[in-house]
Design a protein around this ligand. Structure first.
Ligand SMILES: *Cc1c(COP(=O)(O)O)cnc(C)c1O
Length: 376
């Protein structure tokens, strides 16, 4: 049996039952299950606001757009972000004609507060922090820095569904203006494509709902539930079609019930890897603060010959992966090449180990043996 790097596990019968409710009711769009899932997510995370979207990417765009609107930022103003991420985090900044200033990563592969401090200037407006691999990194220090300099903080929590610190979701910490989660097909809480935006501020949440629905000032669900169909609405903004739908929410409602157990299994596998590799001097392990509460979306190693190891594993029917390249290698962001030396170096050596719900302990041990027999 081959071992894949990522493979989602769905509670198929339960998901089908939830989806069936949507089909029977004849409501598959925004509303119904989306409202139910928003309530469940608020209950689970203790976020005050939660709005269900068709992706995290859409959510990051709305986060940047709404903070720009509400705070009077100008085109060309800067947001400090990380080069080690999926491009969504950085594209979201460009969508709004803002400039991405890259800061380097620390040993957790999260933004390094010291390098952020060096890169703040009088046009800096916000920090885009990615909780990389589910890790919280030094988010607490970044929050302090943002407060000190009057910057907004956007948390790309795509990897953080279930990550807590002393039982609290970091996205709910004072000083995080908005947290955006992803429920994309291979994330910790997989659906097909969907995400959640959680603003600390109620007015921002209201704006997110309106802007995700073309800028219309009443959504169809609210109108249809008003009894008599209230057809008359106004359009206040050039909005988007970013809302999530009831089918995705139906899947999410089921998967949420299994998230904590799934994340516990992820931590178990991460601990096995940790133990399997910690005595290999040629392998660098990426630690996690509060490791016993980390959602471990991905588990990566830093190895000398990444391409060689990938091929070796593939020859043995084990498929590792490479997740994110230093974004300053991409044409879009090449202007920043050389500004984040640690990210540039690490990016050439990062390999993603298999980590998902289908792995048995024997599978994990087989991966460990193969890696240790190649990297020595
Ligand atoms: C997956 C991911 C995204 C995008 O999420 P979508 O829901 O697919 O739009 C953004 N940032 C990071 C770090 C991701 O891993």
């Amino acid at each position: 049996m081959s071992i894949q790097v990522l493979k989602p596990k769905f509670q198929i019968e339960e998901c089908l039952q939830e989806i069936r409710q949507c089909l029977e009711r004849g409501w598959t769009g925004m509303g119904f299950k989306t409202v139910e899932f928003e309530a469940a997510w608020r209950e689970y995370t203790k976020h005050k606001n939660a709005f269900f979207l068709n992706s995290n990417t859409a959510g990051l765009h709305l986060a940047v757009k709404i903070l720009k609107m509400q705070n009077g930022w100008q085109d060309g103003d800067e947001i400090i972000s990380t080069p080690i991420t999926f491009v969504s985090s950085n594209h979201a900044i460009l969508y709004e004609n803002l400039h991405v200033t890259f800061a380097d990563v620390d040993e957790y592969l999260c933004l390094d507060p010291e390098d952020i401090a060096r890169k703040i200037n009088d046009r800096t407006r916000a920090v885009m922090f990615v909780g990389y691999g589910g890790r919280v990194g030094r988010l607490d220090q970044v929050i302090d820095l943002c407060k000190k300099h009057g910057l907004k903080l956007i948390l790309d929590a795509a990897h953080m569904a279930g990550t807590t610190v002393n039982g609290v979701f970091p996205g709910t910490w004072d000083g995080v203006d908005v947290a955006v989660y992803s429920f994309q097909a291979v994330k910790n809480l997989p659906t097909g494509d969907s995400g959640m935006i959680c603003f600390a501020d109620d007015e921002c949440d209201r704006l997110a709902r309106q802007l995700a629905w073309l800028g219309i000032n009443k959504d169809t669900y609210a109108r249809s539930n008003a009894g008599a169909y209230k057809w008359k609405y106004d359009v206040d903004y050039l909005g988007y079609k970013y809302n999530g739908n009831a089918i995705m929410a139906a899947i999410a409602l089921v998967q949420l019930k299994y998230l904590d157990a799934d994340n516990a299994r992820r931590r178990e596998i991460a601990a096995m890897y940790q133990k399997g590799f910690e005595n290999n001097p040629r392998i660098r392990i990426i630690g996690a603060p509060y490791a016993d509460e980390c959602a471990y979306h991905i588990y990566e190693l830093i190895v000398p010959d990444r391409e060689g190891l990938l091929s070796y594993l593939a020859e043995h029917d084990v498929f590792g992966g490479v997740h994110y390249r230093d974004n300053t290698d991409y044409k879009m962001y090449r202007y920043a090449q050389g500004t984040c030396p640690r990210a540039a170096e690490v990016s050439k050596h990062l390999i993603t180990m298999p980590l998902h719900m289908w792995l048995t302990d024997d599978d994990v041990n087989r991966v460990i043996e193969l890696v240790n027999s190649y990297v020595r």
